[in-house]
Design a protein around this ligand. Sequence first.
Ligand code: FES
Length: 99
Amino acid sequence: MPNGLPIVRFFRGTEIIGSVTANPGDPLVDVAEMAGVDIPTNCTSGNCGTCLVRLISGEVEMPSVLPPGLDEDLVSEGGILTCCITPNGDCDIDVIPPL
Ligand code: FES
C-alpha cells in the first residue's frame, strides 16, 4: 500500500484482468473502471445485487447494516457489492460472483 493508498487487483478466476491504485473513498465499481474492468451495475445503491463480486483477500469497508443486496450467506462466501463498498487496504477481487 504505497503512499497509504490501496492497490486493488481484479481477477477472473485465476487470471488477473486489472490492477490500480484506488482513490480514497471511491466505491470499488469506480476503482474497477479505472483498472479497465467493467462490473455491471443497476441500482448503484446496494439493493439489487447486480454488482456482486467475491473478495479473495484484503479488507473492505463493510456497512454496519448489510444492504438489501447482500446477506450473511453471501458475505461468508466473500460476497461484496462494488457499488457501495470501498477498499480499506490492498484487495484482490474476483469478478465472478460467489454464487
Ligand atoms: S448495483 Fe445494485 S447492489 Fe450494486
